[in-house]
Design a protein around this ligand. Structure first.
Ligand code: TXA
Ligand code: MG
Length: 320
């Protein structure tokens, strides 16, 4: 099993030697290794059981370093970088040849972000290579937001997990590309659409291309907690599904009934950022044998509510 700890020197040494480790970020934990070495990147794909057509995000700690790996940064990207980096925004750029095709799954673009987490930034500052880091979960499963989640699912495949505490944002980064007349959002995430548009004006959306996706992590059945998920009016669903043992994920209200095994309220105050932070933990809590079915509701369609709805819809798509 992996050791869990806060030893930056140990993490650095393992990475320089070509190992992969669990890495904390403000969004979710990553499974990190040297993005420039194919034999390391292969280990990431294998540990996650991730199809090789699904490219990885590279992480580093400064715009100057990013510029060493990409052809150029469009003006709007620079504006976004200055406003949101370090932070939960991933941007797509034309790659330089030094970035291996395996890291980008053969695409000529590479995804980059500067994470906003003190431990991971301190580590990245010490490295002269970017870290490729997909979320540290087996492919298709819910992303981890604590070191323990990583240990539970991938611990046997890693020497070390750097423990940075629970993730502050709790949902993956927003992904944006610059291929069209307007910037194009490929994944909703930790930076809200409204915040992006304040900086660069209108953005377009191209989510959920399930065959040959631009962001293949957006396959419809991603984020599966392994149960059927119903999205709707919670009291009505509780009545309708009286023959089943239920797990409930609600925004603000607690529900109880004899057939409710677990009710997870994401934010009693109705705060969408807090709800995003608690979402994956709640989905994980539903993954127990006592629960047959998960019910949840549509969240307000603004701010991080959009990203929450996106993840819930994808978890619900599994058996529909
Ligand atoms: O918050 C995050 O972004 C986390 C943390 C660890 O940084 N990482 C993460 O990685 O969510 P992952 O691998 O689970 O999701 C990466 C997404 C995938 O949907 C992938 O298809 C997309 O990024 N992606 C990566 N490179 C791409 C590229 N060149 N073009 C389009 N999509 C790309
Ligand atoms: Mg992922």
């Amino acid at each position: 099993m992996a050791t869990i700890g806060k030893d930056l020197l140990k993490a650095k040494k393992l990475l320089i030697e070509g190992n992969i480790i669990g890495l904390p970020t403000e969004t979710v934990y990553g499974l990190a290794g040297n993005a420039l070495r194919e034999e390391v990147v292969v280990k990431i794909f294998q540990a996650k059981n991730r199809p090789s057509f699904d490219p990885l995000i590279c992480h580093t700690d400064s715009i100057a370093k990013v510029l060493g790996f990409v052809e150029q940064m469009p003006e709007k990207a620079l504006l976004l970088a200055e406003r949101f980096w370090p932070g939960p925004l991933t941007m797509l750029f034309k790659k330089q040849p030094i970035v291996p095709h395996l890291t980008t799954s053969g695409l000529d673009t590479v995804a980059f972000r500067i994470p906003d987490h003190q431990l991971s930034r301190a580590l990245l500052a010490e490295l002269d290579f970017p870290l490729a880091a997909p979320s540290a979960n087996p492919f298709g499963y819910v992303s981890p937001t604590t070191a323990k989640h990583v240990q539970q699912q991938l611990g046997s495949k890693l020497p070390y997990i750097l423990d940075g505490g629970p993730c502050r944002v709790g949902i993956e980064s927003t992904i944006i590309g610059f291929d069209g007349p307007n910037p194009i959002v490929h994944r909703l995430g930790g930076i809200a659409l409204e915040a992006l548009e304040e900086v660069v004006g209108k953005v377009d959306m191209q989510l959920n291309q399930s065959s040959n996706p631009v962001a293949p992590g957006m396959l419809k059945s991603h984020y599966s907690p392994g149960k059927k998920v119903h999205i709707g009016n919670i009291p009505a669903l509780i009545g309708k599904l009286s023959g089943q043992q239920l797990g409930v994920i609600s925004f603000t209200d607690e529900y109880s009934a004899p057939h409710i095994q677990n009710c997870q309220v994401l934010s009693t105050q109705g705060d969408l950022n807090e709800a995003a932070r608690n979402l994956f933990k709640a989905l994980r809590a539903m993954d127990t044998p006592e629960i047959d079915t998960i019910i949840t509701e549509a969240f307000p369609d603004k701010g991080l509510g959009r990203a929450i709805n996106d993840r819930l819809k994808r978890s619900a798509a599994v058996e529909e």
